[in-house]
Design a protein around this ligand. Sequence first.
Ligand SMILES: [Zn+2]
Length: 105
Amino acid sequence: MQALKASWGDWMAAFQQRYDRLPRTAPDARCPNCGARELNLTFCGLPADRVGYASFWCDGCLTGIHLSRCAVPDDVPMDSVHTPVEQRTAHTPNYVLVWPTDEDE
Ligand SMILES: [Zn+2]
């Protein structure tokens, strides 16, 4: 296992940049951990409420963050928690989750 270079704060900054540009994607955005341009953002939750979990990860190093109770912008696709995992449009790999540390509080 390689050491994780990016902190929760680094990931949150990258997430915020991406989130602010929705529904556009940001193919040039670099992973804060490994630098690959392979960041992915998906939402899964309650489409009627436009609230859900955000999964934000890098396909290059399979590292990322998970945020609960995120507001999902109206024109951004999201999966329902009631849809079986294998039928969801977004396929999220198993990735290493980064969590906040005391320094991020
Ligand atoms: Zn990466």
